[in-house]
Design a protein around this ligand. Structure first.
Ligand SMILES: [Zn+2]
Length: 395
């Protein structure tokens, strides 16, 4: 089956094989990659042309699979190899629809509404699947739009109060929130997609995707035979073709004129009292979720906002994020995360980076990290020895 080679880095557009180093290259039927495909998809990969080739861009640091399925192959992967149950067979889907005010997606939408200080949002869920997120948005009274390539899903979601639009129609709209839930790791041109969506963005672009900060270690373990899904998920053959770390994701965002926005605790708990779930187990989950979502070591969760918006509007700027770090146990969780990144050494491919580890500048409010001994683990995110492109995406 046919594969195409991505000649440019899909994160920054750097061209040519000399702009990237190959971290792992193997036939789809060989070694850990072959074991994984046979077991996970129940599919014999010996007929697949091309290679599983994980490259790391020397300009932007993105790790990406060089060979990806062509349009026909992608359709085969996502319609035949990947199968999922319809919504009436998914218990969690049904539970969330029944208790939408107490659901994860409901609470996320309430936090977005509180952060943007807008009771009625116009939202887009890009690649919505069975549409849980926009259906709940619609139940909350927001104007919900979604895109979905699979015809059967799109047709069903359109009967649930969600306006289905095509990719080409997105540019006719301006959205308060654009949601990309487990999408960016799958698309052939992630930077171009974000650039296009940013043109229709009037508020928050929410991204949630596997954290590939340890991708190099994972690829090394695959060379010695590791093929379990839970271990190799961020670099999953055939599907997770772009493996972003937090750093490469935020670098891409900054090239698009976006920066990270973090809601306050008040925003995150704005579901209280009206959105308390009905089941006790769900209550416990939802009370912890605002912390866990932003700190989950295996998933990147980011809200992005235009540079120009954060200062020019009444939205509270980034300084609000420090307030919820003031809780000591949160600071401990953060420290653990930073330490994890530091110890794995896999955030950035250039290991002799002079500014790679640096103390946080002593500006702003007193940081609890100091007395927790955390300064050692601060990773200064801005300096680079390699200049990242400053504007836009390369053609
Ligand atoms: Zn790149």
């Amino acid at each position: 089956m046919p594969f195409v080679e991505r000649e440019r880095c899909p994160g920054c557009g750097a061209a040519g094989p000399s702009n990237a180093v190959t971290l792992l290259k193997t036939r789809f039927s060989d070694g850990a990659v072959g074991d994984f495909i046979r077991r996970f998809y129940n599919f014999d990969p010996s007929g697949l042309e091309g290679f599983y080739q994980a490259d790391c861009c020397l300009r932007c640091g993105l790790i990406f699979q060089r060979h990806i399925g062509d349009a026909e192959m992608m359709r085969y992967i996502y319609s035949d190899l990947v199968t999922d149950d319809p919504p009436d067979k998914i218990p969690t889907f049904q539970a969330d629809i029944r208790d939408w005010k107490g659901s994860r997606d409901g609470h996320e939408l309430m936090a977005l509404s509180s952060f943007l200080d807008k009771p009625k949002l116009k939202v887009l869920d890009y690649g919505t699947g069975w549409g849980l997120w926009p259906i709940i948005a619609s139940k909350l009274g927001h104007d919900a739009y979604a895109t979905e390539l699979a015809q059967d899903r799109s047709a069903w979601v359109s009967t649930q109060g969600v306006a289905m639009i095509s990719d080409d129609e997105i540019s006719n709209h301006r959205f308060d929130v654009i949601n990309l839930e487990q999408v960016l790791e799958h698309v052939p041109e992630p930077a171009k997609l974000l650039e296009r969506l940013t043109r229709s963005l009037g508020g928050i672009l929410k991204l949630s995707l596997p954290d590939a900060g340890r991708a190099r270690n994972i690829l090394a373990s695959m060379m010695s035979g590791e093929s379990r899904y839970e271990k190799i998920m961020p670099v999953q053959p055939l599907e997770h073709i772009n493996s972003f770390s937090r750093r490469t994701l935020l670098d891409l965002a900054s090239r698009l004129g976006l920066r990270e926005a973090k809601p306050s605790l008040r925003d995150l708990y704005s579901f209280i009292p009206g959105g308390i779930p009905s089941a006790p187990r769900r209550i416990a989950k939802e009370m912890i979720r605002p912390f866990w979502t932003w700190r989950n070591p295996s998933n990147l969760y980011v809200w992005l906002i235009r540079d120009s918006m954060i200062s020019a509007s009444s939205q509270r700027p980034l300084s609000t994020q420090r307030r919820h770090y003031a809780l000591p146990f949160l600071a401990l969780m953060t420290k653990t995360r930073k330490r994890h990144e530091w110890l794995s050494g896999s955030e950035w491919p250039i290991t002799d980076h002079p500014n790679w580890l640096a103390d946080r500048p002593d500006s702003g409010p007193i940081s609890p990290f100091k007395w927790l001994g955390g300064s050692r683990f601060w990773i200064e995110r801005t300096p680079r020895t390699l200049a990242a492109p400053t504007t836009g995406i390369q053609p």
